[in-house]
Design a binder for this molecule. Structure first.
Ligand SMILES: C[S@@+](CC[C@H](N)C(=O)[O-])C[C@H]1O[C@@H](n2cnc3c(N)ncnc32)[C@H](O)[C@@H]1O
Length: 238
């Protein structure tokens, strides 16, 4: 069975999966973004969705008239974002260089992919490098205790063209994710593939420590379940 990286095949049915399993997630992110813009009285001329994935949130913001671009490491996810009419770039949040700056940057549902402390610091420094003075960066993440609750969990998904069994295993302090996917061509035997990747949780003090190494100042950081239970949301200003 062929093994793929995170989202290589999942990208094909990511939007359908979100629609079926967490249909309100991006509405909550949309609300959070709008509340943040209101709170800081921001009218950003330029917005970057770092880790935009298939561009669900970026598209909602674009439809509201905001000038928003996206960045993601996975070209298959970006293909889906481009199909929504979004301008997006391939890059790794730890070291991308778009040679332009933004008034507002956000990154949602993605920090679990950044495990090492040095990578967190690199990510925050790089995002700061892409912010205009006074610009705002908002992101979320799952706490370590939330990550612990996900260990050994299994999730399933089924649609006309795809089905999967998603299993989480513990390796050291991280989660090894294995998604066994069946691709179902018309009237033929399913093609079986597997995607493997790691996820991790972050505690708020880790985030605070990493941000201290940058020129970003924390406006607020909260473990209130603003978006998803066990998540934190952090908002910083350059
Ligand atoms: C769960 S998806 C969330 C996508 C999008 N933010 C959303 O809310 O729908 C996580 C995304 O993070 C991206 N990602 C993971 N590691 C990354 C990295 N080092 N640099 C850029 N993007 C990354 C993945 O390719 C994927 O699209």
């Amino acid at each position: 069975m062929k093994t793929y990286n995170a989202y290589d095949i999942f990208s094909e049915f990511y939007d359908e999966f979100i629609q079926k399993n967490c249909p309100d997630l991006h509405n909550k992110y949309f609300k959070l973004v709008n509340e943040t813009l209101d709170k800081y009285n921001l009218k950003p001329n330029s917005i970057l969705d770092c880790t935009c994935g298939t561009g669900i949130l970026a598209k909602k913001l674009k439809d509201e008239g905001w000038n928003v671009q996206g960045l993601d490491i996975n070209s298959n996810m970006l293909k889906k974002a481009r199909e929504k009419g979004l301008e997006v770039f391939t890059g790794d949040i730890r070291n991308f260089d778009l040679k332009q700056k933004y008034d507002f940057i956000f990154s949602f549902d993605s920090l679990g992919h950044i495990a090492a402390k040095e990578d967190l610091i690199k990510t925050f420094k790089n995002i700061s490098h892409h912010l205009n003075e006074g610009g705002i960066f908002i992101f979320d993440g799952g706490t370590k205790s939330k990550a612990l609750t996900m260990i050994n969990n299994t999730y399933t998904f089924d649609s006309d063209k795809y089905s999967f069994i998603w299993k989480n295993y513990k390796i050291n302090d991280r989660i090894q994710v294995e998604i066994n996917i069946d691709i179902k061509p018309n009237n033929e035997m399913p093609i079986k593939v597997v995607e493997k990747f790691e996820l991790c949780g972050h505690d708020v003090n880790e985030i605070e420590e990493a941000l201290k190494e940058t020129d970003l100042t924390i406006n607020f950081i909260t473990t209130d379940p603003l978006v998803k239970t066990g998540s934190f949301v952090c908002c910083c200003r350059k």
